[in-house]
Design a protein. Sequence first.
Length: 114
Amino acid sequence: VQLQASGGGLVQPGGSLTLSCAASGSIQSIDVMGWYRQAPGKQRELLAGISRGGGIRYVDSVKGRFTVSRDNAKNTVYLQMNGLKPEDTAVYYCVAGIGANNYWGQGTLVTVSS
């Protein structure tokens, strides 16, 4: 499975961005897709995950601001981010789960700054 993330960039506080992550390869085996982020000097943090059937979970810090969605026909997972804060600055990674294995995208940088 290969994952290609896109959509990062520079945004002002309070702004919005939508990240996309397209999967290719053995996509029929993917169960859960999701997003992590890693801020400078911090550990990688799970943000949200969505199963093939549409079950969704969020970490508390992004509930109400971030929305994860998935288009199974396009093999793509999205992360709509609203109300961005400087502390959301990080490299964002998409992940695809197949059984006990996780496959990672290359990461896309989101910088929230005025």
